[in-house]
Design a protein around this ligand. Structure first.
Ligand SMILES: Nc1ncnc2c1ncn2[C@@H]1O[C@H](COP(=O)(O)OP(=O)(O)O)[C@@H](O)[C@H]1O
Ligand SMILES: [Mg+2]
Length: 259
């Protein structure tokens, strides 16, 4: 009889670290934006990175995926040192970054947009992956020959996420996937996070809709002015208020401790 993998981690074993960001420094020209940022994402975990506008969330995702060079610190992914790796290399390693804003090819069909996302995947494998990625989004899967530009904002955002899924990420980083979407579409896009987690994909989510992000996360980090100011389990009581306090520089001690 085949033995099944245990559902519960064996006592004494620690969960596998997938992404390890150590004391990262990065910025634009002479302007430092990230000041010694350290975060960890475990395999299969959903982590939100929250913080006010201009805090450095996008900059951190860009530094992790290799779109922006580090000026200090180290990055490890899947037990490999990826410090200094470019975006192609990190994507190939299984770290996929869905960047802020819509970036679909408006003059290409949905089908072609998907093919482009998997440009380097062997043809048969690519067809399979596209089918699986689109299965999360029936609203666009049924419109393969429609031009990207004819989709609504929400559908374009689904297409962008589906394109990321073609890469078969072990870690999917989503930068404000809900930006500019109607509430019903926000839920539609964010609900996919839960489905991906079930498949074992880890997610690092940047989101302005704090409560929605928390409700889909295992853990959260808060970042302000390029520094991590709070790390907490998503189930921590009163978390939105704690985040608010952390953003504005109050110490966590000002709030009664969580039990
Ligand atoms: N391309 C850029 N050139 C110079 N400064 C930038 C650039 N992009 C972002 N910044 C600055 O870096 C800081 C962090 O920005 P960003 O990472 O986009 O914040 P967030 O995503 O948290 O809103 C801000 O002060 C912003 O003005
Ligand atoms: Mg941003």
């Amino acid at each position: 009889m085949p033995t099944l993998a245990p559902e519960i981690p064996i006592p004494g074993t620690s969960p596998q670290v997938l992404l390890d960001v150590q004391s990262v420094e990065a910025g634009y020209g002479k302007i430092g934006v990230l000041h010694g940022v350290s975060i960890t994402v475990y395999a299969g975990e959903v982590v939100s990175l929250l913080g006010p506008n201009g805090a450095g969330k996008t900059t951190l995702l860009r530094a992790i995926s290799g779109l922006l060079p580090l000026t200090g610190g180290r990055l490890r992914f899947d037990a490999r040192d990826i410090t200094g790796s470019g975006p192609r290399e990190t994507a190939r390693a299984g770290l996929v970054h869905v960047i802020e804003g819509h970036r679909v090819f408006t003059q290409q069909t949905i089908a072609d947009n998907m093919l482009l996302a998997g440009y380097d995947v062997p043809r048969r494998e690519r067809a399979l992956r596209i089918e699986q990625a689109l299965a999360y989004f029936p609203e666009i899967a049924s419109r393969l020959q429609v031009l990207g530009g004819a989709l609504s904002g929400g559908q374009q955002q689904m297409l962008v996420v589906a394109q990321g899924l073609v890469r078969r990420p072990r870690l999917l980083m989503l930068d404000e996937p809900s930006a500019g979407l109607a509430p019903v579409l926000v839920d539609r896009v964010l609900d996919v996070i839960g489905e991906l987690k079930q498949q074992g994909t880890a997610i690092l989510l940047v989101e302005q809709l704090v409560e929605k992000a928390i409700s889909r996360s295992d853990r959260v980090y808060a970042i302000t002015r390029g520094r991590i100011v709070l790390e907490a389990a998503a189930a921590t009581p009163d978390l939105p208020r704690r985040l608010e306090h952390a953003y504005f520089g109050h110490t966590d001690a000002a709030i009664p401790p969580a039990v």
